[in-house]
Design a protein around this ligand. Structure first.
Ligand code: MLT
Ligand code: MN
Ligand code: ZN
Length: 306
């Protein structure tokens, strides 16, 4: 399968519009070696040139589509390579781009869990608003581990698992998480049997999550924060990484330790990187640590074959 990273940053993007942290200021001024990134999304195709699946609809979707001609194949007057959209959660950075796809002539094929549909119908009623435009044809993502397919996307099958992370602040279950607020997905190429495990928001690695990671050929997982108190120490938020559903990379029980336990030939990729994360600075010690552990940092436009 052919994976395109459309946006590798967490909510806010990099640089974030109102932020002058070392990273945001540094990338604007060119005083650090770092690349700007748009908000979290990937596009997965069975093969280059085929129609595929958009994972998450970022507020930056229009810019992402313009940057990647593969998403606009130009076969007819109105066209897209996006055969369907899958949401990993109902947060702003993953769902508000749905508004930008409203000019379709037919309802947008959308896969999400029940709690995410609820959040996008109530707390942030994107789906109700869209009903005044193209509308959506919503398909329920079940959490029973059964594979599903997406019509128009050949050879790929998808399996969701609930993750411990966090629903959006406008969700009725922000403080009492329910299964399906956040999911991870294993994408299988049925021709080769190769698998990608994708989880941009991952707060805790349970045995079931680790099993899914260990049976994949590539993992693309939560790269939001390097340390739990990253935003607190910078004085820009009172929130710790774990409180908002993101497992930090460093320290005991952190993502780096987990990734070290995967089979040696598993491709390890971090995505959904917050603008405060020191790994964005390509000359940082933290980035060098990742390199020593064979962990890659996603950037916009990156192509991955699994
Ligand atoms: C998150 O994953 O925690 C979100 O990106 C936060 C946000 O969009 O504000
Ligand atoms: Mn997010
Ligand atoms: Zn910043």
């Amino acid at each position: 399968m052919h994976i395109t990273v459309l946006g590798a940053a967490a909510g806010g993007g990099f640089p974030q519009w109102n932020c002058n942290c070392r990273n945001c200021d540094g990338v604007r001024k060119g005083s650090i070696r770092a690349k700007a990134r748009t908000q979290s999304s990937i596009f997965v195709q069975p093969d280059a040139g085929a129609d595929g699946v958009l994972f998450n609809a970022s507020p930056d979707i229009l810019e992402q589509i313009r940057a990647k001609p593969a998403l606009q194949p130009g076969r007819q007057l109105r066209d897209t390579a996006i055969a369907g959209v899958v949401l990993m959660d109902g947060q702003i950075d993953h769902a508000t781009g749905l508004f930008m796809l409203r000019e379709r002539a037919t309802p947008l094929p959308l896969w999400c869990t029940d709690p995410v549909e609820e959040d996008l119908t109530q707390g942030n009623p994107v789906l109700r608003v869209l009903s005044h435009y193209c509308g959506v044809k919503r398909h329920r993502i079940a959490l029973d581990g059964m594979p599903f397919e997406i019509p128009g996307v050949a050879h790929l099958s998808f399996r969701a698992m609930p993750l411990s992370s966090k629903a959006a602040p406008y969700s009725p279950h922000r403080e009492q998480s329910v299964a399906g607020d956040n999911i991870g997905i294993t994408i299988t190429d049925e021709r080769s049997g190769k698998k990608l495990f994708y989880a941009p928001g991952l707060g805790d690695i349970t045995p079931a999550v680790f099993d899914a990671m260990a049976s994949a050929n590539g993992v693309m997982v939560d790269g939001t924060f390097w340390t739990d108190d990253e935003m607190v120490r910078l004085g820009i938020s009172r929130k710790h990484a774990r409180e908002i559903g993101h497992l930090p990379q460093s320290g005991p029980g952190g993502m780096v330790e987990w990734l070290d336990r995967l089979p040696p030939d598993t491709r390890r990729l971090l995505i959904h990187i917050n603008n405060t994360n020191p790994i964005l600075d390509e000359d940082s010690n933290e980035r060098a640590t990742l390199a020593r552990h064979a962990i890659e940092v996603c950037e916009d436009g990156m192509l991955i074959e699994v």
